[in-house]
Design a protein around this ligand. Structure first.
Ligand SMILES: [Zn+2]
Length: 380
């Protein structure tokens, strides 16, 4: 009788385990899950670990990362996670937020609900008019961004898309107006084109920003602020935002062949206040010698435009569940000290200072403080 009761209990527990594959662990007040659960859920091989590093791989997909960092590579594309990967005893844990907001929509984009086919692409050339954006020795960001957008417009129209531009000439448009303009179009996506600048001219590479989900700190801010909990219109599109970022970023890596700085999170006005899926692309550093020379060349601008067309097509395929994952031809993938987001340079180069929300302003203040403390070890 006792043996039977034990057997019944085992069966019940087994059934429960099958119904709920996640062994949620609380760490620092946040929900985490072990990487074993992630590999089982996505039908990948059991984790292979080496000290703090791990890889989960299958025939066509893979996830790798390292405890103590916020970087993860999914299908060889780099993402900056919402929260650090942690090691607790023998277990390596990933935050439940990152599983929901990054891993799930990237691993199974075909599961995203209500994502319709894209008919219209709203292209947003950053800056304009009195706002030049980042300046390099070979030109200004506002001019390079507009040129890339005009090239992308031609390619997208040839491919049958309707294209709308927030600006088609050298004119200043407030960020709020750009978002309001984008919201006029149904079945549309929003792509904002920018170039970067670093304080010392050493940073290089491309990066892509998707809206930070509700409850996630912006950039590399670890501490919550009240505004991180605010709901914004763009949050309705969290899964599409990261799927669009994935498609465009991996296309940029393939076409532009610059260093991969990863897919990151922010609450920039143009991606925060839109109701359609959107991303902000940074196509290299105006004041880096190699990046700056490339950005000034028509060939590189053409590659950027082709990356946008290719990325929009890949996004559609991903959502339709017909995307076959290929390795992007990233030039580099390892830890890059300069890819830690530097909000201070963004304040001046993106020209968003007057409209940054509280979270980003707070991040800026904290980073300034941190930078002072780490002045001697700052790698950027
Ligand atoms: Zn910019």
């Amino acid at each position: 009788m006792r043996a039977l009761a034990t057997l019944v209990l085992i069966v019940v527990f087994a059934a429960e385990a099958a119904a709920s594959p996640w062994n949620v662990v609380l760490h620092g007040g946040r929900r985490y899950v072990p990487i074993e659960d992630v590999s089982r859920f996505y039908k990948l091989n059991p984790p292979v670990t080496n000290n703090q590093s791990f890889i989960l791989s299958g025939p066509t997909k893979s996830i790798r990362g390292r405890a103590g960092t916020r970087e993860v590579f999914i299908n060889n594309v780099k993402y900056i996670l919402c929260f650090p990967i942690v090691q607790k005893g023998k277990d390596i844990l990933v935050s439940a937020m990152d599983v929901t907001k990054i891993i799930e929509p990237v691993m199974r984009p075909g599961q995203i609900r209500n994502a319709g086919a894209v008919r219209t692409v709203v292209l947003d050339a950053g800056h304009g008019g009195h706002d030049s954006g980042a300046k390099g020795q070979r030109g200004m960001e506002k001019e390079a961004a507009l040129d890339v957008v005009l090239r992308a417009k031609r390619l997208l129209e040839q491919a049958g898309y309707t294209v709308r531009l927030t600006r088609g000439r050298d004119v200043f448009i407030p960020l709020e107006n750009r978002a309001a303009f984008a919201n006029r179009f149904p079945n549309a996506i929003f792509v904002s084109v920018h170039f970067n600048k670093s304080a010392k001219g050493c940073a290089s590479g491309i990066e892509t920003f998707a809206l930070a989900p509700r409850g996630v700190p912006s950039m590399d801010e670890e501490n919550f602020s009240y505004s991180d909990l605010k709901q914004h219109p763009g949050h309705a599109r969290d899964p599409e935002n990261i799927a669009l970022a994935t498609a465009l970023h991996s296309s940029m890596l393939r076409h532009m062949r610059l260093h991969d700085r990863g897919i990151k999170r922010a609450r920039f006005v143009v991606i925060r206040d839109i109701r359609i899926p959107g991303v902000l692309l940074e196509g290299g550093f105006m004041n880096h010698p190699v990046d700056g020379r490339l950005i000034a060349s028509p060939a590189y601008r053409d590659s950027f435009a082709r990356a946008i067309l290719d990325g929009v097509n890949r996004y559609q395929k991903a959502l339709a569940g017909t995307m076959s994952f290929q390795k992007p031809s990233a030039v580099a993938g390892g830890a890059d000290p300069t890819s830690v987001p530097d909000i201070r340079s963004r304040l001046s180069t993106i020209g968003m200072a007057p409209t940054l929300n509280e979270a980003v302003q707070r991040t800026a203040q904290d980073l300034k403080k941190k930078a002072k403390e780490n002045a001697s070890t700052h790698a950027n």
